[in-house]
Design a protein around this ligand. Structure first.
Ligand code: FAD
Length: 501
C-alpha cells in the first residue's frame, strides 16, 4: 500500500482513535500521542474488588455512527463489542413521586409509557414532540451535523426552505418548545433534561435539541457488555490492527509550523515528531490557547473564549451490597426546581447544586459486579466547572468539599425514597477537578462547549483549522460532544484529510 500522509493525532479520546482508524484504513501512516496512561479519554472505567464502573459515558445512542466506522475500518461493530439493547431503559421519578418506566426503543411505546406514568394527554403531546424532533433531524443531519462547519454556508443551506426554518425554529429555546408543546410540567422537565446531554441549559439551548429524545427513542438506548469503556478497548484494538502507533504518557506541549503549515509536535520530554497532517483531539481551547503560537490561533481562541463551556459532573462510584427492587439500568430522580439547578451552574451564584437531579446507572451486567448480590452504581449530578471561583467556576479541590457534597447527594437521594447509605461498601468520588487532571477537560466540562444560545452550534471551532494541515476532532469542535457527535466529527475530519490528499 502507498503511504499517503504522515499523521500525528494529539489525544487518544474517542475522536482521536476513530479518526486514526479511519485514516489508517485509507493507507495513511498514523501515530497517536496520549498524555494520560490510558487510551479512550473520557470513555473510561474504574475497577475494584470485582466492581466495574464506567466513569464517563454510560448511555450509548445512535450506534449507526460506530457501525459505519467499524465496517469501514475492517469489520462489523457487533463483532468488536457486545452491543445490548436496553428494555426498559430508564426509570424517571418526578418530584411529586410519579414514575415512568421508559422502554429502550419505540416512540409509540415511549409515549404510552408516559401516559401510564403521568396520565392526561402525555402520550399525544409526547408524540407531537417526537414528530417535531424527527423532522428537525431530517433537516439538520446531513447539511449540518455530518458536514464540515463552513460558517454562513451551513446556515444558508439550512435556511433555503422557509418551512425548514419554521420546523427548526432556530431562535426558540428547548424550554419554550416544551412549554408550547406540553400541558404537563413534568414533560417540560423531561424534555429539559435532554439539554444536559450536550451540557447545556434548556432555557438557552435551541429547540433543535428535541432531536435528542427522537434519536434515543427511535434508534434505541444501548449498553455495551462489560461497560461502555469496552468501546474504547475495541477502538484501540482496531487501531493496532491497522498499524496505528499508540503512545501513552506522551504529553504534547507544542505544535510546530513552517510558515502557515504544520510540521510536527514537541512533547514535554523534548521529543519531536514530524508530520504533514496533525489531528488535535485535545480540547480546542488548549490547541489554540497554548499548543499553537500564531496569530491565526489567537484569533480562533478569542471565539472559544466567548462561548459558554458545557456543564461539569460530580460523580460517585458506589459498591453496593444487596439488590435494589425496581432499579432500572438508567434511573433519574428529578429535582422539584430544575431552574435552581441550572442557575447554580450557569447563573450568577455558582455553587454545588443544593437539590440536584440525580442520575444513577446500575447495569444489569454480570461482568460489572462481583456477583449477583451486589450492584455497581454510577451516580452523576450536574455540577459547575472547577476553577478558582471566578468565571462561573468553583474550587472542587477545597478541603472537605467533595466528601461533604457526596454525603449530601446521598441524603437527597434518601429523601426521594432511595436510601442506599447503609448498603455502600465503599465509594469513590470523581469531581470536575479530577476529570480536568485526568484528560485535560477544561474545568472538567463534560462536553466541551455548551449549546447555550442560537449561535452556539455555529460558533464551535471548525474541524479544519486556519493553519494548513491542522484538523480538530472531538467534543470541543464541530459538531459537539457526546459519543454520536464525536464519531461524526471523526468522519468529517477523515473525509477532509482524505479528500485533500
Ligand atoms: C461523566 C461523563 C458522562 C458522560 N456521559 C455520556 C453518555 O452517557 N453518553 C455519551 O454519548 N457521552 C457522554 N459523555 C461525553 C463523552 O464522554 C465525550 O463527549 C467523548 O468521550 C469525548 O471524546 P473526545 O474525542 O472529545 O475526547 P476526550 O475524551 O476529551 O479525550 C481527549 C484526549 O486528549 C488527551 N490530551 C489532551 N491534551 C493532550 C496533550 N497535550 N497531549 C496528549 N494528549 C492530550 C486527553 O488526555 C484525552 O485522552 C460523558 C462524559 C463524562 C465525563
Amino acid at each position: 500500500m502507498v503511504v499517503k500522509s504522515k499523521v500525528i493525532v494529539i489525544g487518544a479520546g474517542v475522536g482521536g482513535l476513530a479518526t486514526a482508524a479511519r485514516l489508517a484504513a485509507k493507507g495513511n501512516s498514523v501515530t497517536v500521542l496520549e498524555q494520560a496512561d490510558h487510551f479512550g479519554g473520557k470513555l473510561a472505567a474504574y475497577r475494584r474488588d470485582g466492581f466495574v464502573f464506567d466513569t464517563g459515558p454510560s448511555l450509548f445512542t445512535l450506534p449507526a455512527v460506530y457501525r459505519d466506522l467499524f465496517l469501514k475500518t475492517g469489520g462489523p461493530l457487533e463483532e468488536a463489542i457486545d452491543l445490548q439493547p436496553l428494555d426498559p431503559a430508564f426509570r424517571y421519578q418526578f418530584s411529586d413521586g410519579a414514575t415512568v418506566i421508559m422502554p429502550g426503543v419505540g416512540t409509540g411505546q415511549c409515549a404510552d409509557a408516559l401516559a401510564s406514568g403521568l396520565g392526561g394527554r402525555a402520550a399525544d403531546e409526547w408524540r407531537t414532540l417526537i414528530k417535531r424532533g424527527g423532522a428537525m433531524w431530517q433537516i439538520t443531519r446531513e447539511p449540518f451535523l455530518q458536514s464540515p462547519l463552513t460558517g454562513w454556508r451551513n446556515v444558508l443551506s439550512l435556511a433555503r426552505n422557509p418551512s425548514d426554518v419554521h420546523t427548526v425554529a432556530p431562535f426558540t429555546t428547548l424550554r419554550s418548545l416544551g412549554e408550547k408543546t406540553f400541558s404537563d410540567k413534568r414533560l417540560v422537565t423531561l424534555l429539559d433534561r435532554y439539554a444536559t446531554y450536550s451540557g447545556s441549559d434548556p432555557r438557552k439551548a435551541p429547540a433543535v435539541l428535541a432531536t435528542v429524545p427522537y434519536i434515543e427513542q427511535t434508534f434505541g438506548a444501548w449498553h455495551i457488555g462489560g461497560g461502555l469503556s469496552s468501546l474504547a478497548d475495541a477502538l484501540v484494538k482496531r487501531c493496532l490492527d491497522l498499524g496505528v502507533e499508540l503512545h501513552s504518557n506522551t504529553d504534547v506541549t507544542s505544535i510546530t509550523t513552517s510558515g502557515n503549515q504544520v510540521s510536527g509536535v514537541r512533547t514535554v520530554d523534548g521529543e519531536a515528531f514530524a508530520a504533514n497532517i496533525l489531528v488535535a483531539n485535545a480540547d480546542a481551547g488548549q490547541v489554540y490557547g497554548s499548543l499553537l503560537d500564531s496569530q491565526a490561533a489567537r484569533e480562533a481562541n478569542k471565539g472559544i473564549k466567548k462561548s459558554t463551556p458545557s456543564l461539569a459532573g460530580f460523580v460517585l462510584l458506589l459498591a453496593v451490597s444487596g439488590r435494589t427492587p425496581g432499579l432500572q439500568h438508567h434511573n433519574v430522580w428529578f429535582t422539584e426546581n430544575y431552574d435552581a439547578e441550572f442557575d447554580a451552574i450557569f447563573g450568577r451564584r455558582i455553587a454545588p447544586v443544593e437539590d440536584p437531579t440525580i442520575y444513577v446507572c446500575a447495569p444489569e451486567d454480570r461482568l460489572m459486579r462481583p456477583d449477583t448480590d451486589h450492584e455497581s452504581w454510577f451516580v452523576l449530578v450536574n455540577a459547575p466547572r472547577h476553577g478558582d471561583g471566578t468565571n462561573g467556576t468553583i474550587n472542587w479541590d477545597e478541603p472537605g468539599l467533595a466528601e461533604h457534597y457526596a454525603d449530601h447527594v446521598l441524603a437527597v437521594l434518601a429523601r426521594r425514597g432511595m436510601d442506599v447509605r447503609t448498603r455502600v461498601l465503599w465509594r469513590e468520588i470523581r469531581t470536575p477537578a479530577d476529570l480536568e487532571r485526568d484528560v485535560r477537560a477544561p474545568g472538567g466540562a463534560i462536553y466541551g462547549t455548551s449549546s447555550n444560545g442560537a449561535r452556539a452550534a455555529f460558533a464551535r471551532p471548525a474541524n479544519k483549522s486556519p493553519v494548513g494541515g491542522l484538523y480538530l476532532v472531538g467534543g470541543s469542535s464541530h459538531p459537539g460532544g457526546g459519543l454520536p457527535l464525536v464519531g461524526m466529527s471523526a468522519e468529517i475530519v477523515a473525509n477532509l484529510i482524505n479528500s485533500a490528499d
